[in-house]
Design a protein around this ligand. Sequence first.
Ligand code: NAP
Length: 231
Amino acid sequence: MKRKILITGASKGIGNAEAQKLSSGNELFLHASKKSSFKNKIKNAHYFGYDLSKIENINPFVNEIKKTTNTLDVLINNVGIMILERFADFKDEDINTLITLNLHSHLLLTKKLIPLLLKSKNPHIIFMSSMSAKNQIEGESVYAATKAGIMQFAHVLRNELAGEIRVSTIHSWGVNTWGDPEGSPILVPENIAEVVEFILDTKRPFVIESIDLSHELQWKGTKAPWSPENN
Ligand SMILES: NC(=O)c1ccc[n+]([C@@H]2O[C@H](COP(=O)([O-])OP(=O)(O)OC[C@H]3O[C@@H](n4cnc5c(N)ncnc54)[C@H](OP(=O)(O)O)[C@@H]3O)[C@@H](O)[C@H]2O)c1
């Protein structure tokens, strides 16, 4: 079945793997901070470039989407970054950037696209949260706050939209988007794309509410190898 699928943060990493996985037979609407971020373009996909760490860009983004389509079947809220720092040393602007990009922009975009999704026969919203939402990893305080916010927001939204739009959340441990050697004990973006396809292919009224993912051998502690050191 051909679906209209919007993926935010789709120029690289997990979002790009999802776009590649879903490209066959679907109409894709792909977002990144700028259109030039897309290197190998998918035929017939629509491209959008908006920096969503600036919340004033949400309305122009939504307006451009609405000029391109008046309906959507799937919204994949994937965009996000991680900034690591001991909280006492966090820069104010980094706190703002994380909260705006990883949380605020997802809420506003979702709200403004619900009318387009409601025109679909089988609409679905997927949020890319993280296992950071459920853990206590030093250095990830603000990132974890945004991901826990997404998790809890999605739970309530799922209830509010029950019977209309299915809502699913993915919580993942590390995904190798930074070039660890092949075979490292960490998930790869294609693993997440596979799970997204699985979630979308389930039939109503079954809904995967949320799903936790890891590489079976990955480190899972409190102080990560990348956590900042105590002074
Ligand atoms: N990688 C992991 O270990 C992991 C684990 C759990 C959850 N996640 C979550 O999964 C999602 C994707 O992560 P990833 O590792 O695939 O990230 P990534 O490889 O760094 O890709 C990030 C994507 O987001 C876009 N982006 C970044 N800053 C933006 C901004 N200010 N405005 C608009 N777009 C922006 C990038 O576009 P440009 O190319 O234009 O910058 C790119 O398309 C995030 O929400 C992340 O928190 C990741």
